[in-house]
Design a protein around this ligand. Sequence first.
Ligand SMILES: [Zn+2]
Length: 196
Amino acid sequence: MLARRTHWLKQALLGPGNAVGIRLTFDDGPHPNHTSVVLQQLETHDQEAAFFLIGQNVLQYGRPDYGRHTLGNHTYSHPRLGWFDLRGAEREIARCQAILPEATQFRAPFGRLTPGLWRATRRHGLPCMHWTLDSGDWKCRSLDDARTCAAEVIRLLRDGDTVLFHDSHPWIEPILDAVLPVISRNDLASRSEVRV
Ligand SMILES: [Zn+2]
């Protein structure tokens, strides 16, 4: 089992709140090879997403044109911060925000929202955005894994979900090739229902 639903209590504590439709989110970019392909795939299927960027990756690889997508702060160096490291948390968020002033949301590295990160996000006015469904893309090591991952995501997905993917991951492209057509077909179905 690669994909995993977030425990309801963690969802309640970390958000995101109730949503309509499906929110696609991508962590750990920009990646010099995969990010532009992911952006192209989203374009092909007319899907919007939120990208949570790592500050030092932006400095190292530059920034592709994210167009209409939402950008988020994912810290400067993706550290595993100590639970009570308040100063480190502030520094990590502030450094990323200086590189990426357009970031309007925050996601904690490893989904581990420490008190320091929580406090710094308040200070910078960044709402925290957890996920309700972890695609498990980061566990894939082969094309077979990617196919399993995509099938599990499609099976588990429900309206209101915020799905975690990684545009830095080598197997993200085949996963999206399978998942995006399903999501965009659902959108079309609900739009035609409204029209009737
Ligand atoms: Zn991450």
